[in-house]
Design a protein around this ligand. Structure first.
Ligand SMILES: N[C@@H](CCOP(=O)(O)O)C(=O)O
Length: 431
């Protein structure tokens, strides 16, 4: 399997090269040159296969010869060693809970997969790899956790000051060791732009071997397909589901569409956004707007320039009419998100987090307009990460999972920085 740059100005590379470099030299995102069709085993036997077997079969064609089968098996089984339950909320809507991993968000799968791949690829590499990663909330903690103590790797996390929840901030600022957090006076989009610029800066590339652990890196992006297989394995209806994904940087939904094009049955995808409505507006007007991100209560989706939307377009051959046949996108306000959290809890007892609530409202609306359809949302983070919103609305105390209690005993360590590439470069060059 080769990966080409979506800017089409760099040579194609192997999986290993794509993971190690993160982004193509022409600043393009890497994309697989062919979409492998699902094996008969995956198509006909899905509900009988173990999560490990599914993961191995799904990832094998993408990894190709860059990981021996025994290594790939080890990596996937360590990556997905927690539950991914599809929980019924009401007769039409279920929730695929992706928050049972170590940092209570869906990012754990990609971060754990990529960290283990890089650990393997780096075995005989005497140069340290520096991972630069931008986060609007959940990626930072997952990457910190996934890469903590990984030999030959250091991680620098850029996060927008004052725009992540207290639990998210503790997860990404308290690890120490090979993890450093830069608290940037700006937005997630500022952090993401700085990271992308760093990859093309000669001085930084001379001093550091840089890569990304955002979903722009295929090692972070591709394993996100697994969620959709785990959901379909538990899907009991005859008709394929409508799948609604809370969307910020669009890596997760893009992985779902990729799985679908490989042969996984899904009737329709909805990308549910918060007030950061670049994609819903683009689909409505067919003009791609330039926007600045706005802060919302579903902060991990506060992204105005979603990196992976270009990959979604590529999956539909850059043709909007083709995309619109099976993909739509809507924007949901904070006000409706709050009402949805309360309504769903009152009606069903199910506790949504703000990201899941955005998706729930979008899916509920879609199902009402499209009779006799059912679907599921991806519940991408645990409500415990957003107590200020959820506890306040529901007037209940969300018990902190045992493993999260230690976070509050640790001291936040971050370096405050201007949202300036030059300033961050100066700091990196001076280390
Ligand atoms: N939602 C993200 C933003 C970055 O997305 P990624 O999947 O590309 O890492 C976050 O929580 O940081």
């Amino acid at each position: 399997m080769r990966y080409y740059s979506l800017n089409k100005k760099s040579p194609s590379v192997s999986f290993k090269e794509a993971v190690v470099s993160g982004q193509a030299p022409d600043r393009g995102l890497y994309f697989p040159e062919k979409i492998p069709a699902l094996s008969t085993n995956l198509k006909e036997n899905l509900s009988n296969l173990s999560k490990e077997d599914i993961s191995f079969e799904v990832m094998k064609p993408f990894v190709d010869k860059d990981l021996p089968d025994n290594e790939l098996r080890r990596i996937v089984s360590e990556t997905i060693n927690f539950p991914f339950p599809l929980v019924t909320i009401n007769e039409n809507i279920s929730s695929l809970e992706l928050f049972h991993g170590p940092t209570y968000a869906f990012k754990d799968v990609g971060a754990r997969f990529m960290s283990r791949c890089l650990g393997y690829f780096n075995q005989n590499n005497h140069r340290k790899t520096t991972i630069l990663v931008a986060t609007s909330g959940d990626t930072g903690g997952a990457v910190a956790n996934g890469f903590l103590g990984v030999e030959g790797v250091e991680v620098i996390i850029l996060y927008p000051s004052g725009k992540v929840s207290p639990v998210q901030e503790l997860q990404l600022t308290t690890c120490g060791q090979n993890i450093t957090a830069l608290e940037v006076k700006g937005t997630f989009d500022d952090c993401q732009a700085i990271v992308k610029e760093a990859f093309t800066d000669n001085d930084l590339n001379d001093k550091y071997q840089l890569t990304s652990a955002n979903s722009i890196n295929v090692g972070r992006w591709l394993p996100q397909q697994l969620y959709y297989f785990f959901a379909l394995q538990q899907w009991k209806e005859k008709e394929p589901p409508i799948v609604c994904v809370p969307s910020g940087n669009f890596g997760n939904i893009c992985a779902g569409v990729l799985a679908h094009i490989s042969g996984l049955p899904v009737k329709h995808f909805i990308a549910a956004c918060n007030a950061n409505d670049t994609v819903p507006e683009y689909l409505a007007t067919e003009k791609y707007p330039e926007k600045k991100s706005v802060a919302t209560i579903s902060n991990a989706m506060d992204v105005a320039n979603p990196s992976n939307f270009i990959r979604v377009m590529e999956l539909f051959h850059q043709q909007l009419p083709e995309l619109k046949k099976s993909f739509s996108s809507v924007s949901i306000s904070d006000n409706i998100t709050r009402k949805t959290i309360t309504r769903v809890f009152d009606e069903t007892g199910y506790m949504l987090d703000p990201h899941g609530a955005v998706a729930y409202h979008a899916l509920d609306n879609y199902l009402q307009k499209n009779k006799n359809t059912k679907g599921f949302i991806l519940e991408t983070a645990h409500p415990v990460k957003f107590p200020d919103v959820v506890e306040d609305l529901l007037q209940v105390k969300i018990p902190l999972p045992e493993e999260a209690k230690h976070l509050f005993e640790k001291e936040k360590k971050s370096i405050l920085m201007e949202a300036s590439f030059e300033k961050i470069k100066e700091w990196m060059m001076g280390r």
